[in-house]
Design a protein around this ligand. Structure first.
Ligand SMILES: Nc1nc2c(ncn2[C@@H]2O[C@H](COP(=O)(O)OP(=O)(O)OP(=O)(O)O)[C@@H](O)[C@H]2O)c(=O)[nH]1
Ligand SMILES: [Mg+2]
Length: 360
């Protein structure tokens, strides 16, 4: 999964990146100032499964985080590497400044999170409107010379694009309006930025850090919905805490009355927003977490592990993670008839431990 960190200049993007990568990942910077980091998603279920089967290797889910330089400076559309990173991203993490600091001027002169959310969305929507208008023009030309069946497909695309155009002209980001998976798919190749799922991260002041939950709830009330999620965090504090030993961090948190697990909670919200179901493979060689889209089948799950396993799929042995822990081993679970045999169309459930039998 690729997530791009975006936002206005000096909103704290790089500090959020540091807070998320310092504890659970690694980071590197390239010459253009774009940072790439890998964040391992902590999952207690995975650790317990790995301990149960005494795995030599434990592989958690990973998210690739891209910390981008500020976008839309003087209205310029993203170009080059930034455009490529944005196009590929599965979600945008939009850092919204709520911290106040005289020595770090806000580009708009004052700290107003709601204004910044709207302003940034406005840029995304302008970007999308230009893309859609260009595409509609092209379609008009190509439909005239097309064969009847092509004309029909072109007509459907035109209807969809015109609907999107109306949403954008009404200043509504596409992500909260277009919900039919078929439509989302139909639009997926155009690089529409307001269609991307977005986690808004309210970057609060140290002085507010003790009231993170309340700040988050109020912010979410105004901005969450559709495919937009909300979280609050004091990025600078979390980035500093992530550098400390766990004991020192815990003590410091207590002193400041800041709740545990800020970055973990943010990552949890991100996973929730992405709508992914986590499943596991557990063996002595490796225990690993994987994902499929919610509603995904056992066959799709097999394909995530390896295309050969998908191709040669025979059946899957499935058990919920907590049940496997309860029985202590696959052998015991099988003895009690709890290891289920499922076919290709089985809908994978969050927390399933799967063993796919295949033949190639
Ligand atoms: N007090 C306070 N300062 C913060 C916080 N987050 C970021 N800052 C400060 O704000 C300044 C800008 O932070 P960055 O993370 O560099 O912001 P950015 O969005 O990456 O900036 P650009 O990449 O230049 O757009 C730095 O001096 C940070 O230390 C915060 O939560 N509290
Ligand atoms: Mg930065």
């Amino acid at each position: 999964m690729d997530v791009a960190i975006v936002g206005l200049p000096a909103s704290g993007k790089t500090v959020v990146f540091q807070a998320l990568t310092a504890g659970h990942g690694s980071a590197s910077a390239d010459s253009r100032g774009e940072h790439l980091g890998t964040v391992k998603i902590p999952d207690e279920r995975l650790d317990r499964l790995a301990a149960l089967v005494a795995s030599k290797k434990v592989t958690p889910l990973e998210v690739r985080l891209f910390d981008l330089p500020p976008l839309f400076i003087r209205g310029a559309a993203p170009s080059g590497d930034a455009a490529e990173t944005l196009g590929r991203a599965d979600a945008l993490l939009h850092v919204v400044r709520a911290f106040d600091r005289d020595d770090v001027p806000h580009p708009a002169g004052s700290v107003e999170p709601d204004r910044d959310v709207a302003a940034f969305d406005g840029e995304l929507m302008l970007n999308d409107l230009a893309i859609i208008e260009r595409r509609l023009e092209k379609l008009d030309i190509s439909v005239r010379s097309a064969r009847p069946e092509e004309r029909e497909a072109g007509g459907r695309e035109k209807t969809l694009l015109e609907r999107c155009k109306a949403m954008l002209e009404g200043e509504r980001p596409l992500r909260n309006q277009v919900s039919d998976p078929q439509d989302v798919k139909g639009l997926s190749n155009f690089g529409l930025l307001s269609l991307k799922q977005m986690l808004l991260v309210l970057n609060i002041d140290e002085s507010q850090a003790g009231e993170t939950a309340a700040a988050e709830a109020a912010f979410a009330e105004r901005h969450s919905g559709g495919r937009t999620g909300c979280a609050a965090m004091c990025a600078r504090l979390e980035a500093e805490l992530a550098e400390l030993s766990p004991d020192d961090a815990a003590e410091f948190r207590k002193e400041l009355a800041v709740e545990e697990g800020g970055p973990e909670r943010l990552l949890g919200k991100l996973m929730q927003l992405l709508g992914l179901v986590t499943f596991f493979t557990a063996a002595e060689k490796e225990t690993r977490a994987w994902t499929v889209a919610a509603g995904g089948s056992a066959l799709q799950a097999a394909g995530r592990i390896h295309t050969d396993i998908e191709r040669g799929f025979i059946r899957a042995e499935v058990i919920g993670w907590s049940e496997l822990l309860e029985y202590g081993s696959h052998t015991e679970a099988r003895k009690h008839g709890r290891l289920r045999t499922e076919g290709k169309t089985y809908v994978v459930q969050d927390g399933d431990v799967m063993n796919v039998l295949f033949n190639v």
